[in-house]
Structure formats: structure tokens, C-alpha cells
Design a protein around this ligand. Structure first.
Ligand code: AMP
Length: 250
């Protein structure tokens, strides 16, 4: 597996590749949900590139950024074992030579749900993903439906800017009790982890939203939103200072 910390050396390597390239952007602290995207890329392409970059511009809370889990050595071991071909580990300075004076803004779908409560979040997401897609020059890029609003915005950005990369949506991987896998789950205390299991169970029950919000409150969640859009019921809740999001097909 080749590890690139420098964008120029990645770009030179990219030019030498013959065959299709699949790309999976991540913020690291990898779990089985991430690995399932990579496995799909490995199945569908000659080469797979994974990036790990905790993107500061998409965090609306400094504390959340600072506490974001990092397990680089373990991540690299997992990527090697899976058979990923290349890993990109860029620095902030390399990725933002413009100091984030240029950004991608979407004005409709980004204004609801997570975009409403996390100001600037999707500007940061779309900007980093556009940069990474331009660097990867992949045939296909893989995104999880766990972040469903994010997936839709990336898919539509790729269409709006005539990007050459096909955007692929992948199913949500869950723990045995239904909790959607997430790097942030690592930060839950054992007690919060037990409560967290109720989020998916309650979100996916057949009660109307008006009844679901008080149930979640009773279970110990602070509810940011539970809403239905795009044929799905989407939710965001807070447990202490940890934000969990999830969604289910209606
Ligand atoms: P992140 O590292 O959280 O930015 O996630 C990187 C990619 O993995 C995104 O496309 C996420 O939607 C996807 N992802 C995260 N958690 C899961 C999961 N539980 N199941 C499937 N995909 C996921």
C-alpha cells in the first residue's frame, strides 16, 4: 500500500495508473461502515484510494473538532489488511492554499436538517469533497447513506459542476443493537452507549414524528430534529456533547 502525504507525489502516481480508480474520502477512526465502502470500491475498480483528513472547515464547534477521534496507525493497518492500494494523508496547508477564501455553497437542500443547526457545515463538506475529487480523479467515489443529506448534496454538486466521477451511495452499517456505526461512537461513555441504541430503534418505529420526539427525550436524548424528506425519516440527537445522526427509509 502506498501512503502519500504530499499532493504532488500522489498526482504523479495517479498519472501512472492504468485501470479504474475508486475513491473513499474519510476523516479516519475507521470502523466497519467505512470498510464496507472500501470493499465495494475494491470489488468494482482496479485500484482503491482512501483519504484520511479531519476537515476543520466542516466543524461548527471547535470542541467537536478538537475531540474528533484519531487512530492513524490502526487505520493504516486496517487499510493494508483490506487490500487498499493507496492512502492520501494531506495537511491543512496543502489542502487550503487559499486559506478557505474559496468555498462551495449550496442554497436549498443544505439549508434544512443538519445545515440548519450546523452553520457553514455543508460549505465545508462540499468544498473539501470538491478538492479531494479533483485530486483523486477517480472513476467512482463512495459515500455512506448514514450521512444522507451529505450524500445528496455531493451527488448534486457533481452533476452541477460536470465532475467526471460517478457518485455511489452505500448502505448504512449498524452495530448489533441497531446503532449506526460512527467514529463519534468511540467517545460515548458505556452508559451513553446503552442509551444510544434506542435512537435507531425509536426512529424506525411506525409511530408519527410528534410521538417520537417525546419518547427520545424520555430516553435521555436532546433532539435537534426528526423530519421526513427525500422518502426518509432523518434525525439528529445529542447525548452530552456528542451528536448522533441517522435515517431510515419510510
Ligand atoms: P466520515 O469519516 O465520518 O467522514 O465518513 C466517511 C464516509 O463513510 C462517509 O461517506 C460516511 O457517510 C461513510 N460512513 C460513515 N459511517 C457509516 C456507516 N455506519 N455505514 C456506511 N457508511 C458510513
Amino acid at each position: 500500500m502506498d501512503i502519500f502525504r504530499d499532493l504532488n507525489s500522489w498526482q504523479t502516481y495517479r498519472q501512472s495508473l492504468n485501470g479504474s480508480l475508486g475513491f473513499v474520502p474519510t476523516m479516519g477512526a475507521l470502523h466497519a461502515g467505512h470498510l464496507s465502502l472500501m470493499q465495494q470500491s475494491l470489488n468494482e475498480n482496479s485500484y482503491t484510494l482512501v483519504s484520511i483528513f479531519v476537515n476543520p472547515t466542516q466543524f461548527d464547534q471547535q470542541n467537536d473538532f478538537e475531540k474528533y477521534p484519531s487512530h492513524l496507525e490502526r487505520d493504516i493497518r486496517q487499510l493494508k489488511n483490506l487490500g487498499v492500494h493507496a492512502v492520501l494523508l494531506p495537511t491543512y496547508e496543502q489542502i487550503y492554499p487559499d486559506h478557505y477564501t474559496y468555498k462551495v455553497t449550496e442554497s436549498t437542500k443544505s439549508q434544512i436538517l443538519c445545515g440548519k443547526s450546523r452553520k457553514g457545515h455543508f460549505d465545508g463538506v462540499l468544498t473539501i469533497v470538491l478538492k479531494l475529487l479533483n485530486l483523486a480523479k477517480a472513476n467512482k467515489a463512495y459515500f455512506g447513506k448514514k450521512d444522507f443529506q451529505q450524500y445528496l448534496l455531493i451527488r448534486d454538486m457533481a452533476a452541477a459542476f460536470f465532475l467526471d466521477t460517478e457518485i455511489i451511495a452505500c448502505e448504512i452499517l449498524r452495530e448489533d443493537d441497531g446503532l449506526a456505526m460512527s467514529s463519534r461512537n468511540l467517545r460515548l461513555t458505556p452508559q451513553q452507549r446503552q442509551i444510544a441504541a434506542h435512537f435507531y430503534q425509536t426512529l424506525s418505529c411506525d409511530k408519527p414524528i410528534e410521538q417520537i420526539i417525546p419518547i427520545l427525550n424520555q430516553q435521555g436524548f436532546e433532539v435537534d430534529y426528526i423530519e421526513e424528506h427525500f422518502g426518509r425519516r432523518l434525525g439528529a440527537v445529542q447525548l452530552g456533547d456528542i451528536r448522533l445522526i441517522d435515517n431510515v427509509e419510510i
